[in-house]
Design a protein around this ligand. Structure first.
Ligand SMILES: Nc1nc2c(c(=O)[nH]1)N[C@H]1C(S)=C(S)[C@@H](COP(=O)(O)O)O[C@H]1N2
Ligand SMILES: [Mo]
Length: 242
């Protein structure tokens, strides 16, 4: 019954639960009585949010993810989204403006040209997707911490949220937002970020799993209210560290 419920409601939670947790164990761990599917779902949610808090405490803001030489870049780099590659949104870069809201002092929208005028950094890191593949890629752009300071974001807020041109959305913890390898990526492999990889801008975080790296971002907000995410709201773990 537990296995069925996990399969039905929370496919991604299966991996870390199925080997270790029995129905009785889950009840003990969460203090929930597990007599129907919705209480099992609630209990699984508690385990996942406990897991978020543990990952948040263990996250070392100064520890760098591994980087690789150019020769190790995976070619071609895989595409992934909740739709096929030919459906990736076509964004007009000249018209595009990055909207800012929430706990931010200067909410003036940003153009692509302005982002390109900021100091740029690049990195060759590994992207790990929970669907069972990983690949090494090279992204360049604006260190996100520099940007957050520049716009006067409340750096003590809990969450940074992202809205994307394809209805994808996600959110991250502030410690990861400020991590030195967290980039607002404008390029892939030295070229303008292609449509399939998130033009005009994606967030690249080598410390998080693939689904936490939003492509085609058009709005960023800072908040103390939990914003969730496209996959997170369907049961994927929110912290999503890699
Ligand atoms: N806007 C948007 N961002 C997204 C997704 C998506 O469907 N839409 N999929 C996520 C997932 S699950 C993965 S693995 C990576 C894939 O990025 P890539 O196409 O550059 O490999 O994008 C992430 N960010
Ligand atoms: Mo993914």
């Amino acid at each position: 019954m537990l296995a069925d419920a996990i399969r039905k409601f929370a496919p991604s939670r299966r991996a870390f639960l199925q080997r270790t947790v029995t129905l009785g164990g889950l009840a003990l761990l969460t203090g929930c009585s597990l007599d129907d599917n919705s209480s099992i779902e609630a209990a699984l949610g508690k385990v996942s949010s406990l897991n978020d808090r543990i990952q948040g405490v263990l996250f070392d803001p100064n520890k760098l993810a591994p980087t690789y030489p150019d020769s190790m870049i995976t070619r071609p780099f895989p595409f992934n989204a909740f739709y096929g590659e030919d459906e990736a949104p076509e964004v007009d870069g000249d018209e595009w403006r990055l909207e800012l809201s929430g706990l931010i002092a200067d909410k003036t929208p940003w153009s692509l040209r302005q982002l390109r005028a900021m100091p740029q950094a690049d990195q060759i890191t590994r992207h790990i997707c929970v669907e069972g593949w990983s690949a090494i890629g090279k992204w360049g752009g604006v260190p996100f911490g520099t940007f957050l300071k520049r716009i006067g974001a409340d750096l003590n807020a809990k969450y940074v949220g992202f809205k994307c041109a394809d209805d994808y959305y996600t959110s991250i913890d502030m410690a990861t937002a400020l991590h030195p390898q967290t980039l607002m990526a404008l390029t892939y492999d030295g070229q303008t970020l292609p449509t399939k990889y998130g033009y005009p801008m994606k967030l690249r975080m080598p410390t998080k799993l693939g689904y936490k790296n939003p492509k085609h971002i058009h709005a960023i907000f800072v908040s103390n209210t939990y914003p969730g995410g496209y996959w997170e709201d369907q049961g994927y773990n929110w912290f999503g560290g890699s």
